[in-house]
Design a protein around this ligand. Sequence first.
Ligand SMILES: *Cc1c(COP(=O)(O)O)cnc(C)c1O
Length: 432
Amino acid sequence: MQGKGDFTVKDLYEKMGVRPQVYDFGKKIEQGLEERFKKLDETAEYNQLKVLSAMQKNRVDEACFYPSTGYGYNDQGRDVLEQVYADTFHTEAALVRPQIACGTHALAVALFGNLRPGDELLSPVGKPYDTLEEVIGIRPQKGSLAEYGITYRQVDLREDGTFDYPAIEQALTPKTRLVTIQRSKGYQTRPSFSVAQIGELIAFIKKRKPDVICMVDNCYGEFVDVIEPSDAGADLLVGSLIKNPGGGLAPIGGYVAGKKELVEQAAYRMTSPGLGKEVGASLGVKQAFYQGFFLAPMVVKGALKGAIFAAGVYEALGFPVLPDSKEPRQDIIQSITLGSPEKIVAFCQGIQAAAPVDSYVSPEPWDMPGYDSPVIMAAGAFVSGSSIELSADGPIRPPYAVYFQGGLTWEHAKFGILMSLEKLAQAGLVKL
Ligand SMILES: *Cc1c(COP(=O)(O)O)cnc(C)c1O
């Protein structure tokens, strides 16, 4: 494409550090992905209309954006936003708050709100996300569910990544009150689950124990499909606003959506028994929450294109990628097994060099608290720690896999991936 003064986009890439041979390599991969990208456009179009229709139905107007302070009584814009989430996810109610600090907090609020001493929590999909281990008490921690006398049972996935139905059936006891199902693999090596698979699992469980609460950790999954786990029988849906549904604009927050009574219980835990959803000032974040949710289907589409492009580029170079560039996607995370510490570092330095913020810094591996090996992280985000923005991280240990996710626009994700390839090529770690 011709640009101003006879400069092409390829020239501009070169000026910004991506050499023509790297650009051409990417171009070839991109051309092979046209059909896939078209499907993503269709999903995004559907989800865009879904969100828009929920906003129109709830008569969102300028007054919804006015900040509230103090107790936040009668914050109508906050209540309308929660109904917009509920209508989009087809649930009875939702809690969408800046007081929810992150995804882990949202999950903790849903769990503590709905479990009582003597109850048992079941994960039929293996080990949950790292941070939940301390919430549950798998790793002992002050204030965990275990300290409150709530027990935990886990059924691991079978070797091929499928559900172990006979073991799940056995693990359902009269004490089982809540079943937690994590949709995304997070940073594990198991597959992520489709909404249809989750629906099957929930149906199996409900058939045997109709009164059990089925909660889905929906982190990284929102808007990847045209349906959500709440469309497949989940009673509770939980996620983070600095991932998919915040659309890159929400500066903080989390959500819990689902059956009215269960969301209410979560709200009593989030604020206080008796106060629940009635308090909690929204300060000045509501416009960002609304606008981010409005943009989220498009942002998720860009992130998915980036993930698929990364898979395409690196599988063409012979690296194991998960998922591969052809498989259906259930979340926005891409893992690439690079096979050596140097390659992880070069990859992450490329992602960092492509960022709109902090592009001049160079990430290095460091001993992060809570990890048993050094970790390198690349992120140059507008919202600190946001992983819907282009980011990558890799623990420096075999098999030396890097996890890549996000990108507020496809164009930026593409640039980041080409920049990572450039760094690897420059260091002589890959041959194009
Ligand atoms: C990110 C994530 C969480 C926790 O979210 P934080 O915002 O990091 O606390 C929980 N579960 C899954 C699957 C996630 O991806």
